[in-house]
Design a protein around this ligand. Structure first.
Ligand SMILES: Cc1cc2nc3c(=O)[nH]c(=O)nc-3n(C[C@H](O)[C@H](O)[C@H](O)COP(=O)(O)OP(=O)(O)OC[C@H]3O[C@@H](n4cnc5c(N)ncnc54)[C@H](O)[C@@H]3O)c2cc1C
Length: 448
């Protein structure tokens, strides 16, 4: 069996490794246009900020691929004929396959703004983007970041660490309004303020102005403000990369359409990760998942089907994590940004604004917990998932919160204050916290 995988991102590489494990005899070829070897896309920002060197974000040594008989081709697949099981590459060669996995990822979404093709205007998705950003922000004093989501705050932090003033444009009234409730967004806003990052809320990009020599010199916002800058980061989302799929007869919509087994409309062609769109996502799940862990999960799942063990994709309980400057964020389960019929939520915030917890639960008895947001706190994933799976009533979760405290050595425990706040907000479901012996005492040794 010859498996060809287009894309050596987390999805493609996970699939390759799983197939190698399941079918030691398989021939496996990974084709990638971006880099000779797999690297961690999520760590791009740390290279720019100087925390890591480019070689530090490669999870495998260069000898690993030969050792595991994984063929690497550093080229772009430009055409796909599913009738002939044939790929054409831009290096003048062709490849045939028995099974094909399209793991082509995403590309930055641009909205056709005037001036978006000027030098110094870009998204951040891949290594060429990182190289362009490094080059074009060298020695500049101000960059404008368009977009109030995860990549927007990353870009702001990246510029900030190099002493460049980032000005952030956020379309909504608060940061990441589609995901975060206003209270959580306010804590992120405090991070912007502490780091002296100006943010324009309720403001969009209208136009990017050039200097007459093809370089950006300013942006104009929908509020009519002209902001002088030497660089613009467009962080307004990503879209599945369909370039190769669209050279074939494979059915696509916003992404490459796949069934529950991640199979496309052509029987021996699969798609997984950022580029795939589930025809029938499970209840409460989205058709296109653009996350590192879902890419890994899909890569592992599709490997089983390719190896003759048909396995439907099951995402399991949703989670995500990120960092907003110094504020860590985790979310588990169902955690909507605004009021939702049938759900209540309890919210606690530390007076310093450096930590917060929100617990979502069903309004109807027995008030099963459905989701969590944590900022500045680390929760144990296994514990949260256990509570969510068991539909644990919120008073039980509140009484056991300490069990989810991930690293008590470093973070002071806040359970007592959280329970007190819960009892104030929901007196009808009063939680009596039994102080376990040593529970609070153990964190106050002089060494910590
Ligand atoms: C800056 C940044 C930070 C992120 N941070 C997080 C995070 O903290 N947490 C999180 O969960 N997610 C994060 N993400 C999203 C996450 O990185 C992606 O969901 C994940 O990398 C997608 O993996 P993938 O393997 O499906 O696709 P990709 O990683 O995009 O890999 C696809 C590869 O295929 C190659 N390719 C495409 N077409 C062809 C072709 N025709 N021929 C040859 N090669 C081709 C591409 O060049 C690319 O290298 C981040 C993304 C970015 C850009």
């Amino acid at each position: 069996m010859h498996l060809v995988i287009i894309g050596n991102g987390i999805t493609g590489v996970t699939c390759a490794l799983a197939v190698r494990r399941l079918r030691p005899d398989a021939r496996i070829t990974l084709v990638s246009s971006e880099s000779a070897h797999h690297y961690s896309r999520t760590a791009l920002m740390y290279v720019y900020m100087g925390h890591l060197r480019p070689q530090d974000i490669k999870p495998y040594e260069d000898w690993f691929w030969d050792e595991n008989r994984l063929g690497l081709v550093h080229a772009t697949a430009t055409a796909l004929s599913t009738a002939e099981n044939l790929l054409t590459l831009d290096n003048g060669t062709t490849l045939t396959y028995d099974n094909l996995l399209l793991a082509t990822g995403s590309e930055s979404k641009l909205y056709g703004w005037p001036g978006q093709h000027l030098a110094g205007v870009q998204g951040l998705y891949n290594l060429p983007d990182l190289a362009a950003m490094t080059r074009d922000t060298s020695g500049i004093s101000r960059g404008v970041v368009v977009g109030g989501g995860l990549i927007g705050v990353e870009l702001a932090e990246m510029l900030h660490t190099r002493g460049i003033e980032p000005v952030v444009l956020v379309r909504d009234a608060h940061y990441w309004a589609s995901v975060l409730p206003p209270e959580e967004a306010n804590l992120v806003d405090q991070q912007f303020q502490k780091n002296h990052v100006p943010v324009r809320y309720n403001t969009e990009l209208r136009e990017i102005l050039g200097d007459g020599l093809g370089r950006v010199r300013a942006v104009v916002t929908t509020a009519g403000e002209e902001i002088a800058c030497q660089w613009v980061g467009l962080a307004t989302g990503v879209t599945p990369n369909l370039t190769l799929a669209n050279t074939s007869t494979i059915e696509t919509d916003r992404g490459i359409l796949v069934d529950a087994h991640l199979r496309t409309s052509v029987a021996n062609v699969f798609a997984a990760g950022d580029c795939a769109q589930h025809r029938e996502p499970a209840a409460g799940e989205v058709p296109i998942e653009q996350l590192w862990y879902t890419g890994r999960l899909q890569g592992e799942t599709v490997a089983h089907t390719i190896c003759g063990q048909p396995t439907p994709y099951r995402r399991g309980i949703w989670f995500n994590s990120a960092k907003f400057f110094n504020l860590e964020y985790q979310t588990y389960g169902r955690a909507p940004a605004g009021p939702t019929a049938g759900l209540d939520s309890f919210y606690w915030e530390h007076p310093s604004g450096r930590a917060a917890l929100r617990v979502y639960f069903r309004a109807a008895a027995p008030h099963a917990v459905v989701g969590f947001n944590a900022l500045g706190l680390r929760l144990r994933q296994a514990m949260c998932e256990q509570w969510l799976r068991a539909q644990t009533p919120v008073p039980t979760v509140m009484a056991q919160l300490g069990a989810a405290n991930f690293d008590p050595e470093f973070f002071p425990q806040h359970e007592k204050a959280m329970v007190a706040a819960f009892n104030r907000q929901f007196p009808q479901q009063l939680v009596v916290l039994k102080q376990r012996k040593g529970l609070f005492a153990r964190h106050w040794s002089p060494s910590t």
